[in-house]
Ligand binder design. Sequence first.
Ligand SMILES: Nc1ncnc2c1ncn2[C@@H]1O[C@H](COP(=O)(O)OP(=O)(O)OP(=O)(O)O)[C@@H](O)[C@H]1O
Ligand SMILES: [Mg+2]
Length: 463
Amino acid sequence: MAKKTNLIAGLDVGTTKTSVLVCEMTENGIDIIGFGSTPSDGLRKGVVVNIENTVDSIKGAVDEAEHMSGCAIRSVYVGVSGGHIKGQNSLGIVGIKGGEVTREDVQRAVEAAKAVNIPTDREILHVLPQSFMIDDQDGIKDPVGMTGVRLESKVHIVTGSVTSIQNIVKSVNRVGLEINEIVLEHIAAAEAVLSQDEKDLGVVLLDIGGGTTNIVVYYEGTIRATAVVPVGGNYITSDISTGLRTPAGEAERIKIQHGCSYGPLIPREETIQVPSVGGREPREVSRQILGRIIEARMEEILSLAYKEISKSGYEDLLAAGTVLTGGTAMMAGITELAEQTLNMPVRRAFPQKLGGLSEKIEHPMYSTGVGLILYGSRHASKRMRSGTGNALTRTYKRLKNCQHGRSILENIGLPRQDPVGRRDNERSRSGIQSRYRQAGRRRVPGHDPGLSGRRGHGFHHRR
Ligand SMILES: Nc1ncnc2c1ncn2[C@@H]1O[C@H](COP(=O)(O)OP(=O)(O)OP(=O)(O)O)[C@@H](O)[C@H]1O
Ligand SMILES: [Mg+2]
């Protein structure tokens, strides 16, 4: 029998649903052992607007997942998104001290790239190294040991509004959970649906949820751009509700049962029954009309996404095309419409299969949740090894590199607890600590949720 080695939980607080996944890392891979999902009405466009409702939704999903897994969840990897998230590329240049690049030089170069003007109401979520340049030689992935005078790093920096992030943290902590790490939702979703080949060739992932469309562009294996368009499937529902004069709940049902976003796929003669409001009789409506309402909004979402892709400058380099995920990716005809609008090959992606109760999450709306688990599983060993910090620093522990940044750094042998961004971390951490003190927030006590062993794996098995 496979030996139990580790447990990890991912929390995706979306605009329409909150989902929690609990998984067990075994010698054979990752098994999903618990899952919970509840409707969410505390967020708008991916941002918390009502703490109480968000807390209730998280609590409901956590309770379900705990019940199913038989474990008490104490710490989670949490996704974050919303219109406040911004991505930018930056360069850092340092001199190579001894004529040969050391790991410290690389760290300094990445650190230097962070010297961009970031307003005090924003904080860095991720610093993702893309490539390095030594003197005039560009495109180096692993500069350690190479000879030169000047080392330049190219990085992608993701920042978010301190207040918006704080509201997510507050909601999670109010449920009594600690946060292992806050992860950009698109990075998590990419973990669950993109292949390494796609990332190497050049690909854009569109995670079209209920209130947001998250965009991440990969090229040559690293993240080149991230963006969030604050529009998603909820807008389609509300257009149907207004356009067909039917209650929102019926509009959602009609969208899922009969919706199609590509006209040529809808037979002309087909009609649907549409309930009316105010006690009026239901009406017979052509599916083509429904299709036109959906297509118009979907086209708008895709065009807004294309604008962001164009801004990145990589639109002509994405040989692997577009990958669609998120709940709205299930809309019939979306790949056809997207191919036409984006002018590139498009595929719909489900989260990669894991072991255990994996069939429960076979829907694009769970890509972020699965990605959080995968992200967590990659980084759990780091947490175990570092055994770092008090509860508050753990709450705000946000390693400044995602997997891709790390893979570059780790490949060149940098310590996983890399000091990249530490100064910034400490600066924002002390600010956050004082804000929390002012708010009189009770720290969640407990030992290190280092995710392994009997102590500190963040879970208690229920008896
Ligand atoms: N079969 C389907 N066809 C069309 N749309 C669907 C289908 N299933 C789900 N959706 C839509 O997917 C959306 C929810 O997707 P998802 O769960 O990914 O969003 P979320 O994570 O809650 O929100 P966000 O990521 O925007 O904050 C809803 O608008 C829902 O109507
Ligand atoms: Mg989502």
